[in-house]
Write a protein that binds this ligand. Structure first.
Ligand SMILES: Cc1cc2nc3c(=O)[nH]c(=O)nc-3n(C[C@H](O)[C@H](O)[C@H](O)COP(=O)(O)OP(=O)(O)OC[C@H]3O[C@@H](n4cnc5c(N)ncnc54)[C@H](O)[C@@H]3O)c2cc1C
Length: 439
């Protein structure tokens, strides 16, 4: 039986293992942390597991939904779309539970004429064919060829930039619009055109169910195994992986290897044998994000207004209710340029949370409320903002890795950072590796 290794136990690695097992291939999943999940990890708050990373699942997340169904945890609850922002001193809300026509008109007024003119063609392209809403799709590669000499801020100016694009890029890329490029915006637009649910048991329930697959005999989950090298074993005609486990340096040989690491972590591994690829991967941008989930004694939000985005003068990009009925549980997200200048891995969580409370407390019931407990995570490589002419960079990486037979690379930088895009990229990488075609 063919043996494969997957490096990285985040959602890209889990998806890769899942697709390899569908080909009846036995998989060793290497994860450096003591548990799998990566950026969809959870933390315990009281008797409940809370997701600090990816958790909102679009109605159009077809591949991810197939996967959770196979894991036996397909109960979703409505999360909806509910967001507000302050414009000229006034709170403006868009709420999916509200009147549809009213929301559409409000959205269009936030976009402005120039924004509608620029966004209409790509929106139409995605609505016509959802597969276009990812990195390096046909439509967005052509757009990149035309416009990626500009940043998104130069491409989409005016109210659309402030009210629609910036809230999206800080949330989905951790970046300001002047750090993003038009050709990559399709992967964000697709998310904007979706509506959301959450897994009833959270991502923690899904991860536990996935781990049960290890009982099938096809999957071994190797937590606390940090991969340190990957190279051809010419003698065996296979790929050798070096790894650290419990203070020892060990190695193993596989027929196939999939890297499901963020670009810079793969860059580290490829440096000795593929220095050019390593340099290319370094050109992909990652930005930090900090997330705090805080439980208060009383409700913070009214039901009709469950979230607010903040502009580029604040370190807090967003504060929102954790779930549709969790009005006493606030998820604060700190990302973007100002956040980077204030929040770091050295910051004390209490101080960061106090900052968020100061800002969001102007609009919600926080100041005279009691903070009961919290979880906090700082992710130094939290969100991927890709690179200009990203499709070309990916093409070059693939071209240079052709000689590394039996090896494939997937991750958030291939098709986009959403969980669905990670599944799509993983499926394509596995198909290419096993049947020689990415379709
Ligand atoms: C705050 C936040 C909110 C988000 N919200 C959403 C959302 O609501 N919906 C959505 O669709 N997406 C969301 N995303 C995006 C999505 O969660 C991520 O893009 C996705 O989880 C990335 O998964 P990955 O497997 O590619 O990378 P990672 O999760 O980073 O996985 C890589 C794994 O590799 C391991 N590793 C690193 N080096 C080594 C090594 N040398 N050896 C072995 N293992 C190694 C790491 O420990 C890690 O577990 C969010 C992301 C963040 C950060």
């Amino acid at each position: 039986m063919m043996r494969a290794a997957v490096i990285g136990g985040g959602i890209s690695g889990i998806a890769s293992a899942y697709y390899l097992m569908q080909h009846n291939i036995s998989v060793d999943l290497y994860e450096s942390a003591d548990r799998i999940g990566g950026r969809i990890g959870s933390e315990r708050l009281g008797d409940r597991w809370l997701d600090f990373g990816g958790k909102n699942i679009g109605k159009n997340y077809r591949l991810f939904r197939d996967f959770v169904r196979d894991c036996g945890v397909s109960d979703f609850e409505y999360f909806g779309f509910n967001t507000s922002q302050v414009i000229d001193g006034r709170v403006v809300s868009i709420n999916k539970e509200g009147a549809r026509l009213f929301n559409v008109l409000r959205f269009l007024s936030l976009c402005g004429f120039n924004g509608i003119r620029k966004l209409y063609p790509p929106v139409r392209a995605i609505l016509k064919d959802r597969r276009q809403g990812v990195l390096a799709s046909e439509y967005f590669s052509l757009l990149a060829e035309q416009y990626d000499h500009l940043s998104l801020a130069e491409y989409l100016k005016g109210p659309c930039l402030r009210h629609i694009v910036r809230p999206v890029t800080v949330r989905m890329n951790g970046a300001e619009p002047d750090e993003c490029y038009p050709g990559n915006f399709g992967s964000n637009l697709a998310l904007l055109l979706d509506s959301y649910e959450q897994l009833q048991q959270g991502m923690h329930g899904m991860l536990e169910a996935f781990q049960l697959l290890a009982g099938s005999g096809l999957l071994r989950i190797l937590s606390s195994h940090r991969v340190t090298s990957v190279s051809h074993d010419h003698e065996k005609g296979a790929i050798r992986i070096g790894y650290d486990y419990e203070g020892r340096s060990l190695s193993a040989v596989y027929d196939r290897v999939v890297s499901a690491l963020p670009a810079h972590r793969l860059s580290d591994l490829l440096e000795p044998f593929y220095p050019e690829v390593s340099l290319l991967l370094r050109r992909i941008q990652y930005f930090p994000v900090a997330v705090a989930i805080v439980k208060y004694r009383r409700n913070v939000f009214p039901k009709a207004q469950r979230a607010m985005v903040f502009d580029d003068t604040f370190p807090l990009s967003n504060a929102g209710a954790y779930g549709i009925n969790d009005l006493d549980l606030v998820r604060y997200t700190f990302s973007g340029r100002v956040a980077r200048s204030i929040v770091s891995d050295q910051s004390r969580p209490e101080e960061v949370i106090a900052l968020g409370e100061e800002i969001a407390g102007r609009y919600f019931t926080i100041k005279d409320n009691v903070r009961e407990s919290f979880v906090f995570r700082y992710l130094s490589e939290g969100l991927c903002a890709y690179s200009p002419w990203h499709h070309r960079l990916l093409g070059e990486v693939d071209q240079k890795l052709v000689s590394f037979s039996g090896f494939a690379a997937t991750g958030d930088y291939r098709r986009g950072a959403s969980i669905e895009a990670c599944f799509r990229a993983a499926g394509e990488s596995v198909n290419k590796l096993i049947v020689g075609s990415g379709d």
